[in-house]
Design a protein. Structure first.
Length: 375
């Protein structure tokens, strides 16, 4: 039988020095459900504590995210992961970015298992920690786990995008669910001089970590840093759907040829971040011929579920002459190519040069300085 304390100590050693004691004080396995899902052959399959206790325990202390809910718990069998216990080193990255200090008043958005809330409480105090979870079952399980682990923080069942006004103002708001549009109630409920830390992304790009410092005039501004992909808040999810649901044989299309290979605009982190910022609502999916990742023949599909536009960007060995088919009111490949050309013309800026400002009227993404708006 594996000793969880040994696994816990090994994981804690991988954390930043300032957070190792917290990771030793909060046993992760006490927050992980008895049934989780692991990915095998591209699909999530259940792993139960009762049937494979050692494997389950190893999963609990691996530096990996753990799927703890599928399909919002509706039992539909679609197989979409809708809640997870975040990768521990990413958790630590966010905790460090928040700059938590003892006595700080903190609201966490997205309780999930409750593990992160316990880590926060270990630093700022149980009485100073509030966490909110939209899913009632997840909230109830986390509430019980927090009590059992000795961190009985207040767990609110509700929509985290609205914050939790009764306990405001907060010194820190820490979201463990990604957003594209930062909810303005978070700014309203953060004290001037406080900070909001959240994963931020686009339909095209999985996301980066955003640190917003809140001003006294109802605005907040900050920069991006850190590669962080998280579950989305529910009302900002990109609609699910397979390529075959959106690219139909009967669709008409216009065809062009390009010498642009997807390695740079799709594979480069900073390029794809910039493209996602400048081309809203565009998904990308890569489909290999015969589902074989070893082949050099594949198609990059660009899709906008709202306008039902798509582009199919066909890659194969030979001359750099790649056919592109485009359907619908948006010419998605043209938009991507234009955004990529902008990024190259700007000197191929790293994503950390970008920032975001939120006001009561909306939000804007900028580069280097808030006066240089790019989207």
């Amino acid at each position: 039988m594996i000793d969880p304390r040994e696994l816990q100590a090994r994981l804690a050693e991988e954390m930043p020095p300032a957070w190792r004691a917290a990771f030793m004080a909060v046993p992760r396995h006490e927050f992980i459900p008895d049934t989780v899902w692991v990915r095998r052959e591209g699909r999530p399959v259940p792993l139960t504590r009762a049937e494979a206790p050692d494997e389950w325990l190893n999963v609990c202390y691996a530096d990996e995210p753990i799927a703890v809910q599928l399909d919002d718990g509706d039992g539909s069998g679609r197989g979409h992961v809708t809640s997870s216990a975040s990768m521990p080193t990413t958790v630590a990255l966010m905790l460090e970015a928040a700059g938590l200090r003892p006595g700080a008043h903190v609201l966490e958005i997205g309780t999930a298992t409750g593990f992160n809330a316990a880590l926060v409480a270990s630093r700022v105090g149980v009485e100073n920690t509030t966490t909110i979870e939209i899913d009632a079952d997840l909230a109830a399980n986390a509430r019980a786990a927090l009590v059992n682990a000795g961190f009985p923080v207040e767990v609110v069942t509700g929509d985290g995008t609205k914050g939790h006004a009764p306990n405001a103002p907060y010194d820190r708001i820490l979201s463990t669910a990604a957003v594209h549009k930062v909810p303005y109630p978070w700014i309203e409920q953060t004290a001037p001089g406080g900070r909001i830390v959240t994963p931020w992304g686009t339909a095209f790009h999985s996301g980066a970590l955003l640190r917003l410092d809140v001003n006294g005039d109802g605005t907040a501004s900050g920069r991006f840093d850190g590669d962080t992909g998280f579950m989305w808040v529910r009302d900002q999810r990109t609609p699910h759907g397979a390529v075959e649901d959106r690219v139909k044989p009967e669709h008409d299309f216009a065809e062009t040829v390009t010498d642009l290979h997807p390695y740079e605009p799709v594979g480069d982190f900073s390029a794809s971040f910039a493209i996602g910022v400048r081309v809203p609502g565009m998904l990308s999916t890569l489909v290999y011929d015969n589902d074989d990742p070893g082949t050099q023949r594949y198609t990059v599909h660009l899709m906008d579920p709202v306008s039902e536009s798509w582009a199919a960007w066909r890659i194969q060995p030979g001359p750099r002459e790649y056919p592109v088919r485009q359907h619908g009111p948006r010419r998605l490949f043209d938009e991507l190519a234009s955004a990529y050309a902008w990024w190259e013309g700007a000197g191929r800026p790293d994503y950390t040069r970008f920032g975001l400002t939120v006001t009561p009227n909306g939000q804007s993404v900028w580069m280097d300085d808030p006066v240089h708006t790019v989207a």
